[in-house]
Design a protein around this ligand. Structure first.
Ligand code: NI
Length: 177
């Protein structure tokens, strides 16, 4: 297990589409997932996608305990999601502030589908199929965007709603992702 370097916006590898994971439950995959989990924990992230550490695979992890640094966020169970398929439920969207470990210290207001079904595989190759809403839905959409080379600033509708967290939310202790 190891903490890996997280690529920052501007690195062209963050713009490349990721390829599907061919086989689950291999030692290499479990090692990669352990590194991602260590990296996310060390940086207090809510999620991390494999391309963010330079691995072009369709693999994301996410999870949020109840955390005072995410005061409005409901807890999201720690999840490893492989080869995800996202299907919005309905058309309703809502705006919310997002950060990303690839843009440390910044925040943007991003519209996301409020209700979402997501499917994929867990590290053992077993199916995941969930219907979620709110912050959980947002986190999954953010992380899976990384698998198609999309970073959240590309989805901000008004770039006035984008900036450094210390300027946007002075005096608040907020997480990087
Ligand atoms: Ni991100």
């Amino acid at each position: 297990m190891a903490i890996r370097a997280v690529l920052r916006m501007g690195d062209p590898r963050l713009l490349e589409p990721a390829r599907p994971v061919a086989r689950c439950d291999t030692p290499e995959l479990h090692e990669l997932i352990a590194d991602m989990r260590d990296t996310m924990a060390a940086l207090n992230g809510a999620g991390l996608a494999a391309p963010q550490i330079g691995v072009g695979l369709q693999l994301v992890i996410f999870g949020v305990d109840h955390n005072p640094r995410y005061p409005e966020a409901e807890p999201v169970p720690y999840t490893v999601l492989i080869n995800p398929i996202l299907t919005p439920i309905g058309e309703e969207t809502e705006d919310g502030w997002e950060g990303c470990l690839s843009l440390p210290g910044m925040r943007g207001l991003v519209p996301r589908y409020r209700n979402l079904r997501y499917r994929g595989l867990d590290p053992h190759g077993d199916a995941i199929d969930r219907a979620v809403s709110g912050f959980h839905s947002r986190v999954v959409q953010h992380e899976c965007d990384h698998l198609t080379g999309i970073l959240y600033p590309m989805r901000i509708r008004d770039l006035r709603d984008f900036g450094f967290v210390e300027e946007l939310f002075p005096g608040q202790d907020v997480a990087d992702d």
